[in-house]
Design a protein around this ligand. Structure first.
Ligand code: UDP
Length: 219
């Protein structure tokens, strides 16, 4: 894609990730934090793969003046996550609407900051359109931070579910904390998210539920 962008003098947004910060030792995470990533573990291929992509972007920007922009995308959700995606929001919502056990990994004290997809897409579109973003890394995410256990309780309450909240082993190298600093996105793009987790979860629950009522659990 970088070669194509160079040849066609196109600009390019690279969808990078908050995983570039790994299990961060700086909190919240600004773009100039270099991160804390284990190269030897189950998350390494994703984290380091995305980081290497950033390096290619940098080289093409620096050597060939390709107009690259790097979006570091934090946890994003909507009802378009597949039922079996395995991520926390799709798991919790699907479990809650079926009154199945809600599966919290670890003690649920780890944190994440969740951005509703409409907000995130708005940020990506602004990035595509912005010259000020060229050659920049910009965090895109919602800075409202929640403990995973709080997300389980909130989902259960909003879905009016009878699920039990159960605890399971924490995956290896699961980051303890995560929250973006979005000052750069505000300054360069005039962007910040507006959908709260409560609003976004209500929309997500409603859509998963109507799909579940129509097609059952397989869709
Ligand atoms: N998680 C959980 N139960 C689940 C799925 C995930 O407690 O059924 C936790 C997971 O251990 C992590 C957080 O929720 O701490 C977010 O996980 P996800 O896979 O959605 O995103 P990521 O870890 O990549 O940020």
């Amino acid at each position: 894609m970088l070669r194509l962008a160079r040849r066609n003098k196109a600009s390019m947004v690279y969808a990078s990730t908050s995983e570039a910060y790994g299990d961060p030792q700086v909190h919240p995470q600004p773009e100039n934090y270099w991160g804390n990533v284990n190269t030897w573990g189950p998350r390494a291929c994703y984290d380091e793969g995305k980081r290497l992509g950033e390096v290619y972007c940098y080289e093409y920007f620096d050597k060939f003046q390709v107009k690259v922009k790097v979006a570091r995308i934090f946890n994003t959700y909507s009802a378009e996550l597949r039922n079996d995606d395995g991520r926390v929001i799709s798991n919790f919502v699907n479990q809650a609407i079926q009154n199945q056990d809600i599966t919290v990994y670890g003690d649920g004290s780890q944190t994440r900051s969740f951005c509703y997809v409409d907000d995130l897409l708005g940020g990506l579109i602004r990035m595509m359109e912005s010259d000020a973003a060229t050659g920049e890394i910009i965090n895109l995410g919602n800075p409202q931070e929640y403990r995973v256990l709080e997300v389980a309780e909130l989902t259960k309450r909003l879905a009016q579910s009878h699920s039990r909240i159960t605890f399971h082993p924490l995956p290896e190298n699961d980051p303890r904390i995560r929250r973006p600093v979005i000052d750069k996105a505000k300054a360069l793009l005039g962007w910040e998210p507006v959908v709260t987790l409560e609003e976004g979860l209500l929309r997500t629950i409603e859509i998963y539920r109507s799909r579940f009522n129509k097609y059952g659990g397989g869709a």
